[in-house]
Write a protein that binds this ligand. Structure first.
Ligand code: GUN
Ligand code: FE
Length: 425
C-alpha cells in the first residue's frame, strides 16, 4: 500500500469537482485506489506517506482520438478542408510508414510526447502497415502507458500505396491481437478495429470488420459526420443508409462492441438517437474541427441526451498533443455554439471538460480517470507554483493550469499505480 498526500482534485460527475486540500490517496500494490481522504487515514504511519507538498494531484488525461503517423505534420498544413487535406497532406505522410525505420523514428517521438503531456491512455490510429503498427504497439508497452492501437483498414478512394485488402487488414489484426495477448503488458495495450471512415472502406471491408469485431469482442474506432462534403459523399456512397451513423450500424460497427466515433459535428436526430441507444462515444476534437473549418459539434445536446462524450486531440488536424489545449478549446467552441443559439445551448463548464478529459474518456479503458475507490491510479503531480503567486483557491489553480499550464508543470506521472519514468525509446 502507498499513501500519497497533495492537493487532490477530481470529478466523480461532470458537475462535481471534489477538492481535498492536502488530502490523501491510498493505492494498493496492484495499482487500484483503496480510498481518498481529507485527513490522514487511520493506521497510516507518517513514514508511509509520500508527500507532494503544495502540488496538485489530478487524474491523468485520456486522448480518445489521435493519429500517430500524422505526428510529423503537427502545426503544418491546416489551410484546407478535410477531403483535400487528406489527399494533399495526410495520405502522403502516412504512406511513409511502409518504411519501418521511419515509423520507428517518428513513433518514438510520438509516444514520448504523450508521456510528456500527461496523457496516460489513448485510442490511436496507426496506418495500413502491420509492421509499423506493431512497432507502435511495442513502444507503448515499453513506455508503460495504456493504449488501443488500430491497424487502419482502407481500400477505396485512397492512393494505391496507402490501401490494404480486406484479407490484409484481417491478417494484420490477427497478428497484432496475438502479439498483444502475449506482450501487451497485461492488457494495457490492446488492438482496436479501425475502419478509417466510410468513404475509405468498401462494403466488403466494412462487412468483414464488423464480423471481426463481433467475433472477437474488440472495440471499434472511426470518424463520423465531421464535414459537410464528407457527409454528402457518404450519402452517395451508401444510398440505402438513412444517415451516416446508420451506414456503420448496418455493418455492426456502431456500438455492437464499445465504439468511438470522432467529431460528430453534424450529428442530429436519428444519428444521435442511434448513438445514445447503442452507447457509442462521441469523441469531441474541437482543435481539429476549428483547424479544418469542419464545424462546431453540439456537445451540450449530446450531454443532455445522455450520450457518452470524450475528448481527442485528433493530431495532426488538431495542432497540439496537449489535452489542456483541447479542454480549453472545447469550452471556447461551446461558447460559440452558445452565441449562435442565442444562449439555448449552454456552454461547457471547467468541471465538465475536466470530467470529459479524465473520467469520461477513461471509462473506455475500465475504471480509469477518477480517484474513487476501485479506480486504477492514473495520476499527474502538477507544480503550478509560478502561476500561484497570490491567494488563488484550488479551483482557480486548476482553471489557471488548464488555461495557462503546459507539460513542463507535470512533475510525476502514474499509470495503473506505477510511476512512469521518461521513456527512453
Ligand atoms: N477522416 C478520415 N481520416 C481522417 C483523418 O486522418 N483525420 C480527420 N480529422 N478526419 C479523418
Ligand atoms: Fe481523426
Amino acid at each position: 500500500m502507498k499513501v500519497y498526500r497533495a492537493n487532490i482534485l477530481y470529478t466523480p460527475t461532470p458537475e462535481e469537482l471534489v477538492i481535498l486540500p492536502h488530502g490523501y490517496i491510498s493505492v494498493r500494490s496492484n495499482g487500484i485506489i483503496e480510498g481518498v481522504y481529507a485527513d490522514k487515514p487511520e493506521n497510516t504511519d507518517w513514514r508511509q506517506v509520500i508527500d507532494f507538498g503544495d502540488r496538485l494531484l489530478i487524474p491523468a488525461f485520456n486522448d480518445l482520438h489521435v493519429h500517430a503517423p500524422q505526428y510529423r505534420n503537427l502545426g503544418l498544413a491546416l489551410d484546407l478542408e478535410l477531403l483535400p487535406w487528406l489527399n494533399t497532406y495526410t495520405f502522403p505522410e502516412e504512406m511513409k510508414y511502409r518504411d519501418s525505420d521511419y515509423a520507428t523514428r517518428i513513433y518514438r517521438r510520438f509516444v514520448h510526447e504523450l508521456w510528456m503531456q500527461g496523457t496516460m491512455r489513448s485510442a490511436v490510429f496507426a496506418t495500413v502497415h502491420p509492421e509499423a503498427t506493431r512497432i507502435l504497439a511495442d513502444l507503448f508497452v515499453q513506455s508503460g502507458m495504456g493504449a488501443y492501437v488500430g491497424l487502419v483498414g482502407m481500400n477505396r478512394n485512397c492512393p494505391e500505396k496507402l490501401s490494404n485488402t480486406t484479407e490484409e487488414v484481417l491478417n494484420g489484426m490477427l497478428m497484432l491481437r496475438e502479439h498483444l495477448a502475449e506482450h501487451g503488458n497485461n492488457g494495457m495495450v490492446q488492438p482496436i478495429v479501425t475502419p478509417r471512415f466510410v468513404p475509405s472502406c468498401s462494403e466488403e471491408m466494412l462487412t468483414a470488420l464488423g464480423h471481426y469485431a463481433a467475433e472477437t469482442g474488440m472495440p471499434v474506432q472511426s470518424h463520423l459526420s465531421e464535414n459537410r462534403s464528407e457527409i454528402d459523399w457518404v450519402k452517395q456512397l451508401e444510398p440505402d443508409s438513412t444517415c451516416y451513423g446508420d451506414a456503420y450500424n448496418r455493418y455492426g460497427l456502431f456500438g455492437q462492441t464499445p465504439t468511438l466515433m470522432a467529431h460528430c459535428c453534424y450529428t442530429d436526430g436519428e444519428e444521435m438517437e442511434l448513438m445514445r441507444k447503442n452507447g457509442v462515444f462521441v469523441v469531441h476534437c474541437p482543435t481539429s474541427n476549428s483547424n479544418l473549418s469542419s464545424g462546431m459539434a453540439p456537445i451540450r445536446k449530446f450531454l443532455n441526451a445522455g450520450i457518452n462524450v470524450a475528448l481527442g486531440t485528433d493530431v495532426s488536424a488538431g495542432h497540439h498533443m496537449s489535452m489542456l489545449r483541447v479542454m480549453q478549446c472545447a469550452i471556447q467552441v461551446s461558447k460559440l455554439n452558445y452565441a449562435q443559439t442565442h444562449g439555448q445551448m449552454q456552454f461547457l463548464s471547467l468541471s465538465e471538460v475536466f470530467y470529459l478529459a479524465t473520467k469520461s474518456g477513461g471509462s473506455f479503458f475500465g475504471k480509469v480517470g477518477s480517484f474513487e475507490s476501485g479506480y486504477e491510479f492514473d495520476a499527474l503531480v502538477v507544480d503550478d507554483s509560478y502561476l500561484n503567486y497570490d491567494n488563488f483557491t484550488l479551483p482557480q489553480r486548476l482553471e489557471r493550469y488548464i488555461y495557462l499550464g503546459d507539460d513542463r508543470d507535470i512533475k510525476r506521472r502514474f499509470c495503473r499505480g506505477v510511476e512512469l519514468p521518461e521513456p527512453v525509446l
